[in-house]
Design a binder for this molecule. Structure first.
Ligand code: NAP
Ligand code: HSE
Length: 438
């Protein structure tokens, strides 16, 4: 005799790119997923702002509402998915669901980065759970990899391309010699770009993800304000071409580096030069790539689609399945506890790296000597020099790479260059990625 299957009800707040992807793929793949979970997975309700907006995915009218808190606290909802974004109503709804003891799934990296400590504490207090696989690197199961597959390791270095939008823009600028704007429009159409696109373009979205990775690696929540964050707006087609001539590619790179002797962590998000023969340098388009250096496993690399409806829905649905199994059998996703070491945030000014330095200068005798006198005065050693005529008559572009030097020294060099009458405009400084785990 067939037994009546238990049903778990899923409520979703947010029905944009990700919400619609989750609804569609859960609907289309329901049967095999239900077999795996051993219960029915019922798409119960969805909240959106504007119920009159045309959507790609159709939902029965009786399941649609406009109040995320009502979905979050609905006693009929077992698993609440926060897919709205931001840290206002998203935080309120997530807290409400956790306080109601629910399983909560979110794709919201800003929320986890800014309020992770508060949310995990609320979950613990109420016996609720918070799943967040889709918050870092889209469809790549990087959170599971770090907290489960690599649990035996301590992590000296994690670095990666963490923003699909920026990687898509840089890749197409370089390949097609096109400007930023039309490519950004394509990224919007593909569903890669945040509602507030400055989060992508100015590096904040990648920084949210870096903070989450740093938490997974160390058990500490670092404050976004402590992290040097830069986006891709200053990168020109020419920089990418000169980087290529020097044997590099330009990528927006998130870096988390831990010094175990000093118990310090350095974390940054900056456009950086990566040696062209590195695997990460070949991760293009909307793809993300994350390299994790564990003290036992060595280097492991994860590549996959970092943004967009389907890749993100894949990660959210994997969390929904974990949450469902957790609800049925009380098997929480494994979350390591961390030794209570005091970990400090390393000051950027003390960190030593090599740099790419691009200057626009007057094309006249003695300029190169003036520039090298300034670098010598600040004890910055030059690795290579390229000089190209600029479109403006009488100007030239000067591209230097330096040997390893401190951030403070390079800042002093730039300050001195800006006072030099032969140097025009603001020099561009980009770090050259350093993959040593020390
Ligand atoms: P989106 O397309 O802008 O969708 C946001 C949805 O939330 C919309 O349906 C919106 O309703 C709804 N919403 C916003 N405020 C609301 C409110 N006060 N009440 C009810 N509904 C509200 O955003 P998305 O790209 O799907 O991103 C959602 C989350 O996933 C964000 O945290 C984002 O960072 C994260 N994420 C996105 C991606 C990606 O590739 N897109 C990847 C990973 C993670 P209306 O449609 O009616 O305006
Ligand atoms: N806007 C984000 C990106 C979405 O472009 O990477 C995925 O988190």
């Amino acid at each position: 005799m067939p037994t009546k299957r238990l049903a778990l009800r899923i409520g979703i707040a947010g029905f944009g790119t990700v919400g619609q992807g989750v609804w569609k793929h859960l609907h289309d793949h329901r049967k095999p997923l239900e077999e795996r979970v051993g219960a029915r997975l019922e798409l119960h309700s969805v909240a959106m702002r504007d119920t009159t907006k045309a959507r790609d995915v159709t939902v029965p009218a009786e399941k649609i509402g406009t109040d995320p808190i009502a979905v979050a606290t609905d006693p009929e909802v077992d698993i609440f998915c926060e897919l709205m974004g931001g840290t206002g109503i998203a935080r309120e709804a997530t807290l409400a669901a956790l306080r109601a003891g629910k399983m909560v799934v979110t794709a919201n990296k800003a929320l986890i980065c800014d309020h992770g400590a508060e949310l995990f504490a609320a979950a613990k207090e109420r016996g609720a759970r918070l799943y967040f696989e889709a918050s870092v690197a889209g469809g790549i199961p990087i959170i599971k990899a770090i907290r489960e597959g690599l649990v035996a390791n301590r992590f000296g270095l994690i670095y990666g391309i963490l923003n699909g939008t920026c990687n898509y823009i840089l890749t197409r600028m370089e390949a097609e010699g096109k400007d930023f704007e039309p490519i950004l429009e394509d990224a919007r159409r593909l569903g890669y770009v945040e509602a507030d696109e400055s989060l992508d373009l100015d590096g904040w979205d990648a920084a949210h993800k870096a903070v989450i990775l740093a938490y997974l690696a160390t058990g500490h929540w670092f404050d976004l304000k402590e992290i040097p964050v830069r986006g891709i707006r200053e990168i020109t087609l020419r920089d990418m071409e000169w980087a290529r001539q020097l044997g590099y590619r330009v990528k927006l790179l998130g870096v988390i580096k831990r010094d175990f002797k000093r118990e310090e962590v350095f974390c940054s998000v900056e456009p950086s030069l990566i040696p062209a023969d590195r695997i990460l340098a070949k991760v293009d388009g909307g793809y993300n790539g994350v390299c994790v250096e564990g003290d036992i496993v060595g280097e492991s690399i994860y590549i996959g689609r970092g943004a967009g409806r389907d890749a993100t829905a894949s990660a959210v649905i994997s969390d929904i399945v974990d949450a469902a199994i957790d609800r049925l059998h009380n098997v929480p996703a494994f979350m390591p506890t961390y030794p209570s070491a005091r970990i400090a945030f390393a000051e950027l000014s003390a960190v030593k790296r090599a740099f790419y330095l691009r200057l626009d200068v007057k094309d006249q005798p003695g300029v190169l000597a003036e520039v090298s006198a300034i670098t010598a005065r600040h004890k910055v050693s030059i690795g290579s020099v390229l000089q190209m005529p600029a479109a403006n008559n009488g100007h030239a572009h000067l591209v230097l790479t330096t040997h390893r030097t401190s951030e403070q020294q390079i800042r002093d060099v730039v300050a001195a260059l800006r006072k030099d009458r032969s140097v025009l405009g603001k020099p561009l400084v980009l770090p050259i990625a350093d993959f040593s785990a020390k």
